[in-house]
Design a binder for this molecule. Structure first.
Ligand code: SAH
Length: 218
């Protein structure tokens, strides 16, 4: 019998072993979803062979798809059980949204760049991710009509957590976002439990700018 595994499948498994397991990602659901999700279709053709590398990659419009380890770390930190409504700010390529969609009830994802949003929407259709709602808007104001959200993930960096996002967080709820200057940030988890906010730091990171009413100026 000839076993034919595509180079993408092999690279993806290597990513799981060498980048995620080796660095302590333990949530088996997160690992399984990232083992199944074709990350290479979220980058342009010329970059497909590098899609499972240990680095962020350009997706056009000056934006990036996060490094696989950062996607895994942020997803694991959300502690999803499966029943949650999750708001993502910064759809970008759509990869993170597709990972989330396999781990929760529904993803609401917001992007401000139309070209990226259109491309991501085509991928949501192609992968039959019917539990993703998307919106072209400034995500720093959240998505009031669909609030509250059990989890919120912001995949661009701002000077502080936008106040509307804290207002739209369910109780109990959990938000993750890179917070800091334009050049370096701390990945922070904000937990809301019985009306009380608790913040803890995860790791220093570098993300692209969160641009909007409650982020950086354009
Ligand atoms: N989660 C993405 C990575 C996104 S990069 C992925 O999996 O590929 C960050 C994205 O945030 C960029 O596409 C950028 O345009 C977007 N962004 C920045 N500020 C925003 C805002 N206020 N509202 C919505 N999207 C924003």
């Amino acid at each position: 019998m000839v076993l034919s595994l595509s180079s993408f499948t092999i690279n993806r498994e290597r990513m799981i072993q060498e980048q995620l397991l080796a660095r302590g990602i333990e949530d088996v659901r997160v690992l399984e979803v990232m083992r199944q999700t074709p990350r290479h279709i979220f980058v342009e053709d010329a970059l497909k062979e590098q899609a499972y590398g240990d680095f962020p990659m350009p997706i056009g419009c000056g934006q990036t798809i996060s490094q696989p380890y950062i996607v895994a770390l942020m997803t694991e930190a959300l502690e999803l059980q499966g029943h949650e409504k999750v708001l993502e700010v910064g759809t970008g390529s759509g990869y993170q949204a597709v990972v989330l969609a396999q781990l929760c009830a529904r993803v609401y994802t917001v992007e401000r760049v139309e070209l990226l949003m259109n491309r991501a929407r085509r991928l949501f259709d192609r992968l039959r991710c019917h539990n993703i709602s998307s919106r072209l808007d400034d995500g720093t104001i959240g998505w009031p009509a669909e609030a509250p959200f059990d989890r919120i993930i912001v995949t661009a960096a701002g000077p502080q957590v936008p106040a509307p996002l804290l207002e739209q967080l369910a109780d109990p709820g959990r938000l993750i976002m890179p917070v800091g200057s334009r050049s370096e940030q701390m990945l922070q988890v904000v937990e809301l439990i019985q009306g009380e906010l608790r913040v803890h730091d995860i790791t220093p990171v570098r993300f692209v700018d969160l641009i909007g009413a409650h982020g950086w100026a354009d």
